[in-house]
Ligand binder design. Structure first.
Ligand code: COA
Length: 252
């Protein structure tokens, strides 16, 4: 339980002078730390969405921060190549948690990063970090897309989570995720592009999913690989090994 008295906080964009205080918050709250130039680069490229929470009684006291970057890649929700906002880091000092600070800087930064014409938000979070997962899932419409094995330096797995710009993320079915294409159209899409993908059905809810045929699924998958993917519709866990072996592939 947090016994500190509620804090009168406000939020503002980070400035270069704030970076040492942001680094202090980062280093006291997270094992993922970064050199000064990394913060400077994020601030230079994404100044509006590098946001701080500060103590109104002492505006130099930084109590939380958020940083995003923008990247391109395959959508978590379909076949398109899209622009995504990637959450780089978010933290709030221990004594000031559960007062809505993370929620507020998330809301504001997610609104502002839309200026980059992104179509989805993505992030990685430790599988053990149930508080952060709840924050992303319950308040910001993120869903778990897959588990990334051994993502963190200490060996812990990450959930890769994503949220669409639209609010209807949670109601989409996998077939809509594939842009409403028929099986034949999907097959033709791959033939035309000569691309490697595998289609598989969730054994629990039968939703159709797609996975890029990366090196690990292209025949060289390590038999000890324990990575798994989660069904976006029902959270059923499927191992990469089983997917690669075609266990769930009912698409002909
Ligand atoms: C995760 C973190 C940023 C949340 O910050 P916060 O300011 O305490 O979060 P908020 O007060 O805005 O929480 C909003 C809601 O998220 C959920 N939530 C947040 N932290 C939670 C926790 N520890 N346990 C359960 N639910 C939690 C709750 O639903 C909460 O609403 P409620 O307090 O009314 O129940 C903070 O705990 C933190 O800095 N942790 C260490 C760094 C970290 O894990 N960063 C995320 C890396 S991906």
């Amino acid at each position: 339980m947090n016994l500190m008295k509620p804090l009168d906080f406000s939020i503002r964009p980070c400035s270069y002078n704030d970076i040492p205080a942001v680094m202090d918050v980062n280093e006291t709250t997270l094992p993922e730390n970064y050199p000064l130039f990394f913060y400077e680069q994020i601030l230079e490229k994404y100044p509006k969405t590098f946001i701080l929470a500060y103590n109104k009684d002492d505006p130099k006291q930084v109590i939380g921060y958020i940083m995003w970057r923008v990247e391109r890649g395959l959508s978590s929700f379909g076949l398109q190549h899209v622009k995504k906002a990637h959450l780089v880091s978010l933290a709030v000092l221990h004594d000031y948690r559960r007062q809505g600070i993370a929620n507020e800087i998330l809301l504001e930064s997610m609104k502002l990063i839309r200026d980059f014409k992104i179509s989805e938000y993505v992030l990685e979070v430790r599988v053990s970090n149930s508080g952060a997962v709840k924050l992303y899932e319950d308040l910001h419409n993120f869903i778990k897309i897959r588990i990334i094995g051994h993502y963190y330096r200490d060996g812990e797995d990450a959930y890769y989570m994503a949220a669409k710009i639209q609010d209807n993320t949670k109601n989409q079915t996998s077939n809509q995720n594939l842009n409403g294409m028929t099986d034949m159209e999907i097959k033709q899409y791959f033939l035309d592009k000569n691309q490697g993908y595998i289609l598989y059905n969730c054994p629990n809810c039968s939703s159709l999913h797609i996975k890029a045929l990366t090196y690990s699924l292209a025949g060289t998958i390590d038999p000890d690989n324990s990575d798994s993917l989660l069904c976006a519709d029902c959270n059923e866990e499927m191992t990469l090994l089983d997917i690669a072996a075609g266990k769930y592939n009912s698409f002909k």
